[in-house]
Design a protein around this ligand. Structure first.
Ligand code: MN
Length: 151
């Protein structure tokens, strides 16, 4: 029967184009919960537990979007975002800042650090997904050609 192998091939190609989200979060419970919920929505989620490994993983794995907790060990989310946005290899990746408290001025500070959007924890998944999809839609036409010369 022809249908089964065809289906398998379609599934494989779908896995290949899954949107990859890098979640940088030091709190294990938040990390597990949010990554599981995003995976259930069909995202491929990769994880980092501090700002420094977040930067390394962003360079190595080229995620389509970064969810960046701002309060992180080793290197905080503010500084990690600044470095991602200062690097030509990673600056195109949209970053959504996540902060635990809705502090007055946090939003401005996040945008100043180079974040593309901002949200507060605990995460309202529907609201966060809306922000993720908006940014992915905006960046879809602006992905650099891997291996191609931009300059
Ligand atoms: Mn944290």
């Amino acid at each position: 029967m022809l249908a089964a192998p065809l289906m398998a091939r379609v599934k494989q190609s779908q896995i290949k184009i899954m949107t990859k989200i890098l979640l940088v979060e030091d709190n294990e419970m938040n990390r597990d919960m949010l990554s599981r919920r995003l995976e259930r929505k069909g995202y491929d989620v990769i994880l980092a537990v501090d700002g420094s490994s977040g930067i390394q993983l962003a360079s190595a794995a080229s995620p389509d979007l970064v969810l960046m907790d701002m309060s992180l060990p080793v290197l905080d989310g503010w500084e990690a975002t600044k470095r991602l946005k200062a690097d030509l290899a990673t600056r195109h990746i949209p970053v959504i800042a996540l902060t635990a408290h809705a502090m007055a001025g946090d939003r401005d500070r996040a945008i100043e650090a180079g974040c593309d959007d901002y949200d507060t924890k605990p995460v309202d998944l529907a609201r966060l997904l809306g922000k993720i999809e908006t940014l992915l839609g905006q960046s879809a036409g602006h992905r650099p050609n891997p291996g191609g010369s931009e300059f």
